[in-house]
Structures are given as C-alpha cells and as structure tokens.
Design a protein around this ligand. Structure first.
Ligand code: IPE
Ligand code: IPE
Ligand code: MG
Length: 251
C-alpha cells in the first residue's frame, strides 16, 4: 500500500449554493510570471494587480461573503527599493480606480496590516476607500498590506496588556473570541479556504491565528494566471473535503 496520497483528480464543478463564507488568497508568483516572459518583475506585479481585479469582481458575482488577499507582507520590505516603490505605485493606481467604481461595484474594502509604514498618499487612499465603502453590502474584500501574522498577534497582545493595565480587561478571563477582537480581522469569520498559487507550500506569515482550521489549496499556477477556472478547482476541491474541527462525523 503506498503511503503517499495520490494526486487529487481535478474537479471543476462547483456548488454555488454552498460556497465557503471566507476565501483567502496568497497572491504569489508575479515575479516568476514576468521572468518566464522575459519581462521585469514589476510587469508581473501589474499583471497580478489586474488579476486581483478580475478575481475580486468574480467573487462578488458568485456571492462570496469575504475575500482576503495577501498583497504585501511585513517581510516584503526586504526587496529592492525600486520593486517596493513599483508595488506601492500599483496599489495607489488600483485604489484610485476602485474609488471611481465604488458606487457601482459596492464592494466593501478593508485593510489588514500596519498602514502607518506605507507612503502617506497610500494611507490616505486606504482610509478613503474604507470610509466610502463602509456600508456597502457586496463581498467584503480585506487587503493585507504591510501585514504579518506575528506582527498582528504581537500588536493584539500589546493592546490587550494595555487594556488590562487600565482595568478594562482581565487576563484571567481572556477567551479566544476576545483575543480575536484585538486582531486586524476583528469581526470577520476565520477563512474557510486558503489558496496559495505559485507552487510554494507555506503560509509566509499569512493569518497564522485565523488559519487554525482552514482548508488549504496549493497550485503551481502563478497568480497572474490564476483564472476563474482555477478558482473553481479550488472551490470544488474544498467542497469535497470533510471538516471535522477535532470532532467526529455524524453517521
Ligand atoms: C507576489 O509575487 C507579490 C508580492 C509578494 C508583493 P512575488 O513577487 O513574490 O513573485 P515570485 O514569488 O517572486 O514569483
Ligand atoms: C507572500 O509571498 C507575500 C505575498 C504574496 C504578498 P512571498 O513571495 O513574499 O513569500 P516567500 O518569500 O516566498 O515565503
Ligand atoms: Mg513570492
């Protein structure tokens, strides 16, 4: 008996009446996508941003409740300055365009991460986008910008400790739900499905607290090539999983 798992047969039929509530995506592989085409890495980021637009719109169309995407990590500052500034420029462009179409799209946009380290203009755009879309009822898109899971947990711990020092919280009665309320993701249900394109099999500091019982879907496809059909494959795979959350299945 082989002890390795045989490769899952690709499935594409999705039950749209039974979608996960929350899908999270690590938008990885832009650089390799560009390299394969003899283009600069920044061209890959531009293609990645375009694909984000396509996938986010599609998630709204199919009625997904929450989409969280990893756009820039606390570790991504290690990249060459020109690449970082090109990414910041693309984010700015994306948000300006999103603001123009907001009234039509009605996508609720939120940001997870330490925005205070971003260029000021970008911070203002994030704030404006969040403010305008606050009451929209389409899919909620959470963009992780200068986001790091460990950083998020540390900040939450610091804020909780301060609340304890001020007598507003009691460390002896801290619950998981209460701690979650100190995270960037406060009020958002945990992701049901985390997708990572590009062939890497790791989380890279993405939602370590929230992913405790998430289902994972990895694919070699690079993010700019991650189409609606690829999303269907991920959703179909998810729908064939059995989630037990540590319990046993009935029957
Ligand atoms: C993801 O693509 C985008 C960011 C991390 C900002 P990468 O730039 O990491 O692409 P690869 O992994 O080098 O191909
Ligand atoms: C994760 O991708 C971060 C984003 C996609 C924004 P990275 O390319 O930074 O991750 P590593 O370095 O391969 O782990
Ligand atoms: Mg990468």
């Amino acid at each position: 008996m082989p002890f390795f798992r045989t490769k899952e047969a690709p499935r594409t039929e999705v039950d749209f009446t039974n979608l996960p509530r929350h899908v999270a995506i690590i938008m990885d592989g832009n650089g390799r996508w560009a390299k394969k085409r003899g283009l600069p890495r920044t061209a890959g980021h531009a293609a990645g941003a375009e694909n984000f637009r396509t996938i986010a719109t599609y998630c709204k169309e199919i009625g997904l409740e929450y989409l969280t995407v990893y756009a820039f990590s606390t570790e991504n500052w290690k990249r060459p300055a020109e690449e970082v500034s090109a990414i910041m420029g693309l984010l700015k462009k994306y948000l300006l365009e999103a603001i123009e179409k907001m009234e039509r799209d009605r996508v609720k946009m939120c940001f997870f991460g330490d925005l205070s380290q971003l260029p000021e203009e970008l911070q203002l755009l994030c704030e404006r986008t969040r403010e305008i879309s606050r009451h929209y009822d389409g899919v909620q898109v959470n963009i992780c910008l200068n986001y790091g899971g460990r950083d998020e947990i540390l900040r939450a711990a610091r804020r909780f400790a301060l609340d304890c020092a001020e007598g507003k919280a009691d460390p002896n009665h801290l619950t998981e739900a209460q701690f979650s309320s100190y995270l960037y993701s406060a009020g958002v249900p945990d992701p049901d499905l985390i997708i990572r394109p590009s062939g890497e099999l790791r989380l890279s500091n993405f939602l370590p607290w929230q992913s405790a019982y998430a289902e994972f879907y990895f694919t070699d496809v690079l993010w700019p090539d991650f189409s609606k059909e690829e999303l269907h494959r991920a959703l179909a795979s998810y729908q064939h999983r059995q989630r037990r959350f540590g319990g046993v299945l009935n029957g």
